[in-house]
Design a protein around this ligand. Structure first.
Ligand SMILES: Cc1cc2nc3c(=O)[nH]c(=O)nc-3n(C[C@H](O)[C@H](O)[C@H](O)COP(=O)(O)OP(=O)(O)OC[C@H]3O[C@@H](n4cnc5c(N)ncnc54)[C@H](O)[C@@H]3O)c2cc1C
Length: 294
């Protein structure tokens, strides 16, 4: 049976969009692989009403609530191709099934490109983070390391003193000019240009000169790219943002392919659960508007 909307990605953004559509009694199929971006973290912060709850629990509660709507079809698995056009999209999954929909929504999220530092990947989401609003408070105004990875790291080093005493490791990734250096010093940031060898313990930075500096936590500005290339292969335009790559979408969340929409981390910056949910709810309403008014 043809769906009104096929949603690829059933996490915070995709489910928020689905909720609006299901409550308008529209037929919605969600195809989801269940690999959420924040799966590395034990707790999620900053989402009103769900502060400090495990990321998987937030998603499970949302899915249970969606399941009460009879026009939802939930497909566990990976969507591999999208084709067709408005009113006649087709999505196929890795197990060879295919689904037809009048509209399409990419809520596929992004993945984080971490700098190549020994010990960083194991600490990602545990003591190493990208977003101070999500994980800064729990560091209890302690010593915080900001490790440079891109020009965005300078912005992080300027902002994160709000959450603790910052040491900024340039680690050969960026060059600070005189003005940038003076600004950081003014904010109480210690600048350390010695290259990092590896990370150890909770958040200990081991440097090439033999020093070992312990921290309460680390921040790294990752480069994000779409978690799946399905939208790009379909022909949606991809655009560069200060944080990485995302699907280009209008204010109404429509991509460069009419009838195909994008929301959540893959369709906006900056990124958080709250913003993904808000973006998803907006995309759901816009998809509904498009179904009603063409
Ligand atoms: C370590 C870490 C900690 C974080 N902590 C917080 C926090 O405390 N608070 C906060 O607000 N934000 C936090 N974030 C940010 C938060 O994870 C994202 O903003 C949020 O997950 C975005 O939601 P989304 O629905 O857009 O994408 P995601 O949650 O990443 O979900 C995308 C979904 O699409 C699915 N998918 C992708 N491609 C396909 C495909 N081809 N077929 C089928 N399914 C597919 C994935 O499997 C996944 O289920 C954190 C991020 C990281 C990396």
């Amino acid at each position: 049976m043809q769906q009104d909307v096929i949603i690829i990605g059933g996490s915070y953004a995709g489910m928020a969009a689905a909720l609006q559509l299901l409550r308008a009694r529209r037929r919605v199929a969600i195809i989801d692989e269940g690999i959420r971006r924040n799966r590395f973290a034990s707790h999620s912060h900053g989402f009103l009403g769900q502060d400090g709850i495990a990321p998987g629990e937030i998603a499970a509660t949302a899915r249970a609530q969606l399941s009460a709507y009879p026009t939802l079809t939930w497909i566990e698995g990976r969507a591999v191709t999208a084709s067709g056009k408005q009113d006649a999209f087709v999505v196929t999954t890795a197990d060879g099934a295919s689904f037809e929909g009048r509209r399409l929504l990419f809520a596929t999220g992004v993945k984080d490109g971490l700098p190549d530092i020994e010990g960083l990947a194991e600490r990602w989401g545990r003591s190493a983070f990208h977003c101070p609003y999500c994980h800064g408070y729990e560091l209890n105004e302690g010593e915080i390391a900001v490790i440079a990875a891109s020009p965005m790291s300078i912005h992080q080093a300027q902002l994160i003193p709000e959450w603790g005493k910052v040491t900024f490791f340039t680690n050969g990734a960026i060059a600070l000019d005189k003005e940038g250096r003076a600004d950081l010093v003014k904010r109480g940031v210690t600048i350390d240009e010695t290259p990092i060898v590896r990370l150890e313990g909770l958040a200990e930075v081991v440097l090439t000169d033999g020093r070992r500096l312990p921290f309460s936590g680390l921040f790294v500005a990752t480069r994000t790219t779409p978690a799946s290339d399905i939208a790009e292969r379909f022909g949606c335009e991809i655009e560069e943002t200060p944080m990485g790559l995302q699907i280009r979408a209008t204010a109404a969340k429509e991509t460069t392919i009419p009838g195909a929409y994008a929301c959540g981390d893959v369709g906006r910056v900056p990124h958080s659960v709250s913003l993904a949910v808000g973006d998803g709810a907006w995309a759901g309403a816009q998809l509904h508007r498009s179904l009603v008014f063409g």
